[in-house]
Design a protein around this ligand. Structure first.
Ligand SMILES: [Zn+2]
Length: 183
């Protein structure tokens, strides 16, 4: 039987000995939300405090309303400092204005990721989501873990919503999909 076209294409694009693609959830992320971008009429520039606690390879992040500058820690003393600058674009969202990073690939994006001394969007890092990287059999386990986490950690969730969700998802969340399909 001839090889399916999709498989052929996949094998062509991704040789067998290629290193595994990075997992989005495992990369340190910088979200545009946590940066508190100044509004368009505020010309202030500020330094994001304590970024090196979260991403030790960064020394400094400078934020103003048109760009964000990431300063990398030099590998050796006396090295030229490596600085990555991302422009910001502002667009109307709902009632307010929302900012997004403009990645070097041109995409407007809300989250940037750190990998190998480089900050970029998930497309540029060629990263995949955990759900894309695991088999069909283990996907329900991931879903279950995430639902449990969601139910246990969402404090804003009202008591009645929580009960309703648990009632609806209870059976499914307590066992993997493969099992409840058989029942
Ligand atoms: Zn990109």
């Amino acid at each position: 039987m001839a090889m399916p076209r999709q498989l052929q294409e996949g094998l062509r694009r991704r040789p067998k000995d290629a290193p595994p693609r990075p997992i989005v959830e495992q990369l340190p992320a910088i979200s545009v939300k946590e940066l508190k971008i100044p509004s368009l009429n505020n010309p202030k520039t500020y330094i994001l405090p304590n970024i090196s606690l979260r991403i030790p390879q960064l020394t400094n992040v400078r934020v103003c309303n048109v760009f964000v500058e990431f300063h990398h820690k030099p590998l050796h003393r006396g090295d030229e400092p490596l600085i990555q600058t991302f422009n910001l674009k502002h667009h109307r969202a709902g009632f307010g204005i929302r900012a997004a990073f403009v990645c070097t690939c041109g995409k407007g994006i809300y989250k940037l990721y750190y990998l190998n001394r480089r900050i970029a969007c998930r497309h540029c890092h060629n990263a995949v989501y955990a759900s894309q990287a695991i088999s069909r059999q283990s996907r329900p386990v991931l879903q279950e873990t995430r639902t449990k986490y969601f139910l246990n950690n969402t404090t804003k969730l009202g008591e009645s919503t929580r009960k309703r969700l648990e009632q609806r998802l209870g059976h499914k969340t307590s066992c993997p999909k493969a099992r409840w399909e058989q029942e």
